[in-house]
Every structure is written in structure tokens, then in C-alpha cells.
Ligand binder design. Structure first.
Ligand code: ADE
Length: 239
């Protein structure tokens, strides 16, 4: 468990409450609360700033935290940077939803982002002499895939697009990304992978397919819950 005494940031103020080395990161803070209530024993709240709830507890005896990140790369960028660089979190696992871009994907399937291409300029800060490919931790990815296979989950491993734009004025952009083999679109993984790479910690983004962009299909909130359970079971094997 990481000792947070004397540590706080503008966005995370644990007031001494512990944070685990491994953290699950849903976008929605109420989802973080739900995960803590459903899957963790002895959960203690470590953050309430801006309602971005974070909890630490145990799952099958292993310490784990869960916290919301908000939507989009600026928000994910802030929370993951502070968790890594101020509090010392080592393993960061995004648990979210994505819009499918490929025909072989179906609603409720689980997507594991091996890499996260992006239309964002987030990586510009590193002043690299080229274009970086934001990648998942292979170790976490390999473990997640093995756990998913054991659970019998339908999974797809590959590239996703982390987009800054949900309502895009250009209706061709998703087709272009699909033509380069991207499995799905979401809005946070690239910032998480870049922040992890900059310091050498481990990150992985897992998603449930909540909508199929090419086929204009959407899940209902009740249906999403079932698929979410499978993704959570996979994520919790990584603690
Ligand atoms: N997350 C879930 N569905 C999405 C979509 N269609 N675009 C971006 N992010 C998403």
C-alpha cells in the first residue's frame, strides 16, 4: 500500500488514506463507487475532490484502488499523472467502453488496447523527433488475455483510437481509422499510455463495446452491466 501522508495534489487529496500500487480507472466516478461497493472488501474513500471518487480496499486479499478519471485525454492526463508521479501508483488499468469500428466486433465484446493511436497533440510535450506509438504494458496485456480466455470471454486485442472529439463534424474520420485496422474508438487510453511510458510504469486499457459505429448499434444500460461484469472479472485478475 502506498503511504499518502503529507501528499496531495490540486485534484487528489487523500488526507492520509492509502492508495494501492494497482488502480482500476473507470471514466465515471459513480462507476468507481459501484466497483468499490461490488468488488472490494473494506473500501475506504481516498478522494472526493470535484466528485472524482477514489477508493482503496482489497479483492481476494490483494490491495487495489479504483478511481474515476472523467472523460477525455486532458482529464485522464491529470489524474493518471498525479497517481503515477505524486502517489507512486505502478499499475494503471482503464476499464471503459468503446465504439467498435470493425465488422468482427460485436456489442459487449471485450477490447484490449495493445496500442492507442490518437488525434490528440498530447505527446507533443515530450518533444520527440518523430511520432510515438502509445503502447500497453505487454505483461499486463498478456495476463489479461490469458484470464479472458480462461473466462471464455470474446476478446479482441489490437489498436484503438483515442479521440478528442465525440461529436465530429467530419463523418469520415472513423472510416479512415477503420481502414488502418483500428478496432475501436474511445477517448482516454493514449494519455494513460503516454504518462505511463514517460515514467516506466504499467498501463492497460480494457473496454466493453458499448456501440458499433459502422452498424449504428447501441447497447442499453441494463445490457451494458452484464458485459461490464466480464471486463471487471478480467481486470480484477491483474491485482
Ligand atoms: N466510448 C464509447 N463509445 C464511444 C464512441 N462512439 N466514441 C468515442 N468514445 C466512445
Amino acid at each position: 500500500m502506498l503511504d499518502t501522508h503529507g501528499k496531495s495534489t490540486p485534484h487528489i487529496q487523500p488526507d492520509g488514506a492509502p492508495i494501492a500500487e494497482t488502480i482500476l480507472l473507470p471514466g465515471d466516478p459513480l462507476r468507481a463507487k459501484f466497483i468499490a461497493e461490488t468488488y472490494l472488501e473494506g473500501a475506504e474513500c481516498f478522494n472526493q475532490v470535484r466528485g472524482m471518487l477514489g477508493f482503496t480496499g482489497t479483492h481476494r486479499g490483494k490491495e487495489v484502488s479504483v478511481m474515476g478519471t472523467g472523460m477525455g485525454m486532458p482529464s485522464m492526463g491529470i489524474y493518471s499523472w498525479e497517481l503515477i508521479n505524486v502517489f507512486g501508483v505502478q499499475n494503471l488499468i482503464r476499464v471503459g467502453s468503446c465504439g467498435a469500428l470493425q465488422d468482427q466486433l460485436n456489442l459487449y465484446d471485450v477490447v484490449m488496447a495493445q496500442g492507442a493511436s490518437t488525434d490528440s497533440n498530447y505527446a507533443n510535450q515530450y518533444q520527440l523527433p518523430g511520432t510515438i506509438a502509445p503502447l500497453a504494458s505487454y505483461q499486463l496485456l498478456e495476463r489479461a488475455k490469458r484470464a479472458a480466455d480462461e473466462l471464455g470471454a470474446t476478446t479482441h486485442v489490437g489498436g484503438v483510437v483515442s479521440s478528442d472529439v465525440f461529436y465530429n463534424a467530419n463523418d469520415q474520420v472513423n472510416q479512415r481509422w477503420a481502414s488502418m485496422g483500428m478496432l475501436a474508438v474511445e477517448m482516454e487510453a493514449a494519455a494513460l499510455y503516454l504518462n505511463a511510458a514517460a515514467v516506466g510504469v504499467n498501463a492497460l486499457a480494457l473496454f466493453t463495446v458499448s456501440d458499433h459505429i459502422m452498424r449504428q448499434e447501441e447497447t442499453t444500460p441494463e445490457e451494458r452491466q452484464t458485459a461490464f461484469t466480464q471486463m471487471m472479472e478480467i481486470a480484477l485478475t491483474l491485482t
